[in-house]
Design a protein around this ligand. Structure first.
Ligand code: NAG
Ligand code: NAG
Ligand code: NAG
Ligand code: NAG
Length: 489
């Protein structure tokens, strides 16, 4: 509803100054050859944008907003988790059974290809405390998954939380509430043969022994590299990378997929907390690890010039926007080459668990990176508001996609040259002519249409995004809940 309102407001917005540092893309230079200077080639045809259909064969509980995209473009949607309680003779919870399903959907026809199902039992460690009459005595949540195509597995973390009844004292204050959270990382065979197993399990209720806080995870989940079992002893260790939900600066947690139960801390990027990160599954350096891109938000700031656009736009509204309610931020991207040295990967548990924070250099410089981490700062900055949500990123085919949810655009960034352009969304009406990222007034549409991805074709606010190895991008249209696909360049 908020998005709908925003879009109708945005469609009445006015032309505004451009607060983006890389707005004007330099014209492609004419190339010099032995017989003189050749004119530059005409621009390639624009990429196409289409709606991923969902055929009636796909069950209704398939959640578009949680979609998973593999490197080869396989599309999977999680279903809702079925939870079954096992009670003892007096009605107390002793076990909680989770049924998890991922629906594989054909990316073109939208038909159901297969359903991958997994059943797992979580034992109630303190089952005496879990009364089945409590509201939601067992709940479980999925936040994402990662696909290992070479090995044929889908890996997903799931957190099961058992909650007992709340006890109150005589003054009505809550005094006790038993709960237990278990983090599981499961693997399911991708071919639907039904094989599945637990590769990691940890009780996250006890913050003394768990690095996963209280078991809440963010939705950034990726493999550290290809899981190539055929390489035998020479295979580099593969990890499932997870962000702890709580504010932990400058690192991700890496769960060893060999099932050894080891979690390592992998310092990443620039030693400060990133807003989002994405792994490019098409990159694989000599050490068999993917490159990671991290999105950073400039520290809390209120830049009145950058917000002028918003102010101008709302000057037409009956109730002018209170600019103090929304902040404008600059976002920038760093590329973390997968080949972190062994010294950069700490072993967990470690006695001195500290987050890596640079004191020697401002975090926008390479010198701020943790020792042994190879980081390159992409010389590109996007300035936009944090409303209706922060920018997000996806990576594939050595390209980075950055969403500007305020302008309803997806920008494509070449991290080696920092050239940026609008890849999807209204770009000023001239099919790519406007060049640089985010340089047009915000125009959003609640009526998505298919065809060339730029020019006059407005999109709604993009939500979750993921790119495959060819650089094709799938994203959720936050307004209509549709899945949309931007073809490869
Ligand atoms: C969960 O899966 C098991 C095994 O496939 C099945 O027997 C059971 O009925 C399922 N439960 C629910 C609630 O779907
Ligand atoms: C079930 O658990 C409750 C709580 O611990 C216990 O009081 C009760 O005796 C148990 N019932 C049976 C049949 O084991
Ligand atoms: C965590 O560790 C502290 C200090 O060692 C201890 O006092 C506390 O009881 C522990 N908490 C749990 C839940 O084990
Ligand atoms: C592992 O690497 C060593 C040294 O490079 C090589 O001699 C050996 O053949 C490799 N083994 C496999 C199974 O690839």
């Amino acid at each position: 509803m908020l998005s709908l309102m925003m879009c109708s407001l945005l469609q009445r917005s006015v032309a505004a100054p451009c607060p983006v540092s890389n707005c004007a893309m330099p014209a492609a230079p004419a190339s010099a050859g032995p017989y003189g200077t050749y004119p530059s080639l005409p621009p390639p045809p624009p990429r196409t944008l289409s709606t991923v259909p969902l055929h009636p064969s796909v069950p209704e509980d398939a959640q578009r907003s949680g979609f998973v995209l593999s490197a080869s473009g396989r599309l999977l949607l999680p279903g809702s988790i079925q939870v079954t309680l096992v009670l003892n003779g007096s009605g107390y919870v002793t076990q909680c059974t989770l049924n998890v399903t991922f629906y594989e959907v054909h990316p073109d026809s939208g038909e159901l290809v297969r359903a991958l199902t997994d059943t797992h039992v979580v034992d109630a460690a303190e089952w005496v405390l879990f009364d089945a009459r409590a509201p939601r005595p067992c709940a479980a949540g999925l936040v994402g998954a990662a696909v290992d195509e070479a090995g044929g597995w889908l890996y997903y973390p799931v957190v099961a939380t058992l909650t007992g009844p709340t006890q109150y004292n005589q003054y009505g204050r809550e005094v006790a509430r038993s709960s237990q959270s278990v983090l599981l990382v499961r693997q399911i065979s991708l071919d639907g043969s039904g094989g599945s197993r637990t590769v990691f399990q940890q009780d996250t209720s006890n913050s003394n022994s768990s690095v996963f806080g209280n078991g809440r995870l963010s939705s950034s989940i990726a493999l550290s590299g290809p899981v190539d079992a055929s390489a035998g002893a020479n295979a580099s260790a593969a990890f499932l990378l997870l962000s702890p939900y709580e504010t932990v600066s400058g690192l991700v947690l890496a769960v060893d997929l060999s099932g050894s139960g080891v979690v390592r801390a992998r310092p990443v990027g620039l030693g400060v907390q990133a807003t989002a990160w994405a792994v490019d599954q098409s990159t694989s350096s000599g050490t068999s690890t993917y490159d990671m891109y991290l999105l950073y938000q400039e520290g809390i700031q209120y830049d009145s010039n950058a917000c002028r656009e918003l102010a101008d736009m709302f000057a037409f509204q009956q109730t002018p926007l209170s600019l103090g309610s929304y902040s404008c931020s600059s976002w920038w991207v760093a590329r973390d080459r997968g080949a972190a040295s062994a010294a950069a990967v700490a072993t967990w548990p470690i006695s001195t668990w500290t987050t890596w924070t640079s004191s020697a250099a401002p975090p926008t410089t390479k010198a701020a990176a943790p020792p042994g981490v190879d980081v390159e700062i992409v010389p590109f900055t996007l300035t936009t508001t944090t409303w209706p949500g922060p920018a997000q990123l996806a990576a594939g085919s050595s390209l980075v996609y950055l969403s500007d949810v305020y302008r309803c655009q997806i920008l494509e960034l070449d991290p080696t040259t920092a050239a940026a352009k609008v890849a999807a969304g209204y770009d000023g009406g001239g099919a790519g002519a406007s060049g640089g990222g985010g340089c047009t007034r915000p125009v959003c549409s609640v009526f998505p249409s298919d065809g060339p991805a730029t020019g006059n074709r407005a999109i709604a606010s993009p939500g979750r995004m993921a790119a495959d190895g060819s650089g094709a991008l799938v994203f959720v249209d936050e307004t209509t809940g549709r899945l949309r696909r931007l073809g490869p360049a």
